[in-house]
Design a protein. Structure first.
Length: 133
């Protein structure tokens, strides 16, 4: 057997490359079609988003709300602005709401709150601002 003849013989290269490309293309197309059919991209958890800016000591103003987001609240208040700890009547006077859904409105948080949280129906809450100290 002549070694020069073995190196010069390229008759099997083209079919091998063709088969490899065909298998790779089939695998990629199968993965893409499977993703759409099974809906794997639709089960991503969504979280609330909002833009706030600090306007005073423990006070923030709501600048914008994201999709499916209802508003923002102090971390120690529920979505109506009432204190999560029912024994604390911090919001009974109505002067310091702990939540807002209106862009442009401000909320004042107590010293118990360490952050401002965006909330919405059917989506996870997300911290949008953290108070210093």
């Amino acid at each position: 057997m002549n070694p020069k003849q073995l190196l010069a013989d390229e008759t099997g290269v083209s079919p091998v490359i063709g088969v490899v490309l065909l298998v790779a293309t089939t695998a990629v197309l199968s993965a893409l079609i499977g993703t759409f059919v099974l809906g794997l991209g639709q089960d991503v958890d969504q979280t609330a988003t909002a833009g706030v800016s600090p306007t005073g000591d423990r006070t923030v103003t709501l600048n914008s709300v994201g999709p499916n987001t209802d508003g923002v609240r102090c971390s120690d208040a529920d979505e109506t602005g009432d204190d999560l700890d029912s024994s604390n009547d911090r919001y009974d006077d109505g002067d310091r709401p702990g939540a807002t859904e209106t862009v442009g409105d401000s909320i004042s948080c107590s010293s118990n709150a360490n952050s401002v949280v965006a909330f919405g129906d059917g989506i996870g809450d997300a911290v949008v601002y953290t108070f210093d100290g």
